[in-house]
Design a protein around this ligand. Structure first.
Ligand code: MGD
Ligand code: MGD
Ligand code: SF4
Ligand code: MO
Length: 671
């Protein structure tokens, strides 16, 4: 390609918004990224993380050649050597220990359909140790599977039908900018906007009410609202009687706790709770949950109690309502099985994602002998960094497919250079918010010797004797994944032509009240939970690290550490590229600043039994008490990941993390 040209493309980042792009290319180089005004949801607006993909492609820090660590130093090797050695190691491990001695460690850093290809690779390999659940949203998705049978959100425009909107623990201005645009719009039209969050964030600024809450206690607030609803007779009795099961179990829970206890535990005044009962009964009321509040030991139960509130107030299945958490109907539109060939695996073992380090260290039959990492940076992002590091170091061979020398890549034995979004063709979507799939063409050649992940898995497959399973072009793979969507007119050609195409999902989920649970009803008491060996009832439950559940720990470490998502980086992806991000910022609530005598820019250490991190103080304008907040994603080079402090214990329904369920101490230090 020569000269200047513009093309439509798509953001690949793991984000609520899945934006449409317009990309300028000059002489084979990405020059600029902007929003596609014709995208029906994202409407020409994109965030700085999207724009930074230009720097991520052109940066001189990109990894451009295959690397092998020899005597502790990385040396450039040829692709032939890398692929031959890695495939020989895979074959050897499989032969000696079985294929489950290989772990595929990944997250969801790229929203392209073809990021499912490694699953095809490992299935055809005969199986592997797979990660299940998610440190991101595992407990909430599992909770909604228990309640509704699936996690589905209303289409973005459905917010126009709402009378009230409750933003419950979602940091919309930072993480979900197009929802923020809708909020600004509906607010002008008179919608009542409420924010419930321990931190007074950007969204709280435009809300009619900001309700600060003690972290991890949202389930109690939901119980309080339902208690007031029942006292005042405001619940939707018709919906409860016709379309739900288990309400009587919920009533037992509601009756087991007093309003005084709820006020004390949540630190939300009774009057506010009563007002919320009216808000929920005088709908339609849309609830947009974030992922923060389910990263606690009681996170699944918390989301289930909020679902229960939304359901018992009659806000399920109606325009303008909804218990919006994730939107997995989007991802489920695709034919994953055709792409990943699950029937090909002969053996399998699963580790819950949050627990991968502990499992690596304790696995014996077989032990983990090799780890392949793609689309993830576990040494920074997975909780309990010290344990993750110990686990990864204990394994004979670690191979990382990467674009940059991340903390994880740095400790690998082989690093394979991966192409970036504009260097390969794919289609992109997010199962978090809207239901449009976007087209992303190949716009430039991959730099240096970087290759697409699909190419890397294909070359390894050929050397391991199952090359025929990979003997397809990218286009053929994409068509495979489109599956029956093609019969509904959603073909690859149409996606290419239109750039963004709506998937056939329910725009108002559950409008027919046909739930996907076993009873086909909304389940206050979950049969799926029971099938999995849990008590399927809702319950009273606390975070693992709180004054209510562990008094001595709370005396030793009195402050709640929230480790929320950074504004200018998707997780760890931009810290090395933006100078202003290369230090640790420790935000503290005013009460802590007062007690500890902290001023802005003071140096502090934040610590608990798992680790310690140092940084510079900023004081939160408004928040719940006893809050310390450090953005996640920081690199070891610039002060280190806050996950040095977080716990790898899983949440109550087993598939999520407890990243925010973390008590710490804080002290001023001399610099
Ligand atoms: N800028 C930016 N945007 C992103 C990302 C990013 O890294 N950077 N990552 C993307 C990804 S992968 C995800 S999962 C989403 C996450 O999107 P969000 O869910 O919006 O983000 P989080 O940072 O997880 O936390 C959200 C909010 O939860 C609040 N919170 C924490 N604990 C509690 C609690 O106990 N109760 C209540 N009510 N609130 C609580 C925090 O104060 C914060 O305001 O963002 C996506 N968008
Ligand atoms: N303390 C704390 N920890 C957290 C969170 C938190 O809120 N607090 N949030 C959690 C959440 S919500 C999430 S989703 C996870 C995210 O965890 P990760 O997905 O591991 O985080 P990223 O920093 O996005 O790292 C992804 C890496 O994948 C690489 N990458 C991007 N695209 C590709 C590709 O196409 N191929 C390959 N091979 N590599 C690619 C990037 O260069 C980057 O280094 O972190 C979790 N960790
Ligand atoms: S990171 Fe999210 S908001 Fe930003 S451009 Fe990408 S999809 Fe849009
Ligand atoms: Mo996430």
């Amino acid at each position: 390609m020569s000269g200047l040209a513009t093309f439509k493309s798509a953001c690949p980042l793991n984000c609520w918004d899945s934006c449409g792009f317009v990309v300028e290319v000059e002489d084979g180089k990405i020059i600029k990224i902007d929003g596609d005004k014709e995208h029906p949801i994202t409407k020409g607006k994109i965030c700085g993380r999207g724009r930074m993909l230009e720097a991520r492609t052109n940066s001189d820090q990109r990894i451009l050649y295959p690397l092998k660590k020899i005597d502790g130093e990385f040396q450039r090797i040829t692709w032939e050597q890398a692929l031959t050695e890695i495939s020989a190691k895979l074959a050897d491990v499989k032969q000696k220990y079985g294929s489950t001695a290989v772990l595929h460690s990944h997250d969801y850093a790229n929203g392209g359909l073809l990021t499912k290809i490694p699953d095809r690779f490992f299935n055809c390999f005969g199986g592997s140790t797979e990660l299940i659940g998610s440190i991101c949203w595992g407990s909430g998705i599992e909770a909604q599977n228990w309640d509704f049978g699936n996690a589905a959100s209303h289409a973005p425009e459905d917010i126009y039908n709402s009378k009230n909107v409750v933003i419950w623990g979602r940091n919309v201005t930072r993480t979900n900018m197009h929802l923020f645009a809708y909020l600004q719009e509906v607010k002008k039209k008179g919608v009542n906007l409420i924010v419930i969050d321990p931190i007074y964030n950007g969204t709280a600024k435009i809300a009619h009410s900001y309700i600060s809450i003690t972290p991890g206690m949202d389930g109690f607030l939901a119980i309080g609202i339902m208690k007031e609803m029942l006292r005042l007779g405001l619940q939707n009795q018709d919906f409860i009687e016709t379309y739900t099961i288990g309400f009587e179990d919920l009533v037992d829970v509601i009756n087991s706790v007093s309003m005084e206890q709820i006020e004390e535990i949540t630190n939300v005044p009774r009057e506010t709770i009563t007002n919320l009962a009216y808000v929920y009964s005088d709908g339609p009321t849309a609830t947009y949950m974030g992922l923060g509040m389910q990263r606690y030991a009681n996170g699944g139960n918390t989301i289930r109690l909020i679902d229960a509130l939304v359901a018992s107030s009659g806000n399920v299945g109606i325009p303008g309502g909804g218990a919006n958490f994730g939107n997995t109907q989007v991802g489920r539109s695709f034919d994953s099985a055709a792409l990943t060939l699950p029937e090909r695996k002969q053996e399998t073992r699963t580790f819950v994602m949050a627990e991968q380090a502990e499992k690596i260290l304790t696995a014996s039959e077989p032990p983990i002998k090799m780890i392949m990492v793609s689309c993830g940076n576990p040494l920074t992002q997975v909780p309990n960094t010290a344990l993750v590091e110990e686990a990864f170091r204990s394994v004979d061979t670690v191979v990382v497919l990467e674009q940059f020398m991340t903390d994880t890549a740095r400790m690998a034995d082989y690093v394979l250079p991966s192409a970036t979004v504009f260097e390969e063709e794919d289609i992109y979507y997010s199962s978090m918010y809207h239901h449009f799939v976007n087209y992303g063409p190949k716009l430039v050649e991959a730099r240096g010797e970087a290759k697409s992940d699909v190419w890397i898995w294909t070359e390894l497959a050929k050397r391991l004797g199952f090359g025929e399973d990979f003997d397809y072009t990218r286009e053929e793979f994409i068509k495979m994944g489109l599956g029956s969507l093609q019969d509904e007119g959603i073909t690859f050609d149409i996606i290419k032509e239109k750039n963004h195409v709506p998937l056939p999902v329910q725009l108002v989920p559950w409008h027919d009240y046909q739930f996907e649970t076993r009873s086909k009803k909304f389940e206050f008491t979950s049969s799926l939970g029971e099938t999995k060996g849990y008590d399927g009832r809702l319950k009273i439950s606390y975070p693992r690290e709180s004054i209510h559940s562990n008094q001595s720990l709370a005396q030793k470490y009195p402050y709640s550490l929230l480790t929320i998502h950074p504004l200018r980086s998707n997780h760890s992806q931009n810290y090395h590229l933006i100078e202003g991000l290369q230090s640790v910022k420790v935000e503290v609530s005013k009460d802590i600043a007062e007690i500890k005598g902290l001023e802005p820019n003071d140096s502090v250490k934040v610590f608990n039994d798992r680790g310690e991190i140092t940084g510079k103080v900023q004081i939160l304008k408004d928040s719940a008490q006893n809050i310390v907040c450090i953005d996640e994603g920081q690199w070891h080079l610039f002060g280190g990941s806050v996950n040095q402090l977080t716990s790898h214990e899983v949440s109550d329904n087993g598939l999520g993390s407890t990243l925010y369920d973390c008590l710490v101490g804080i002290e001023k230090i001399d610099e």
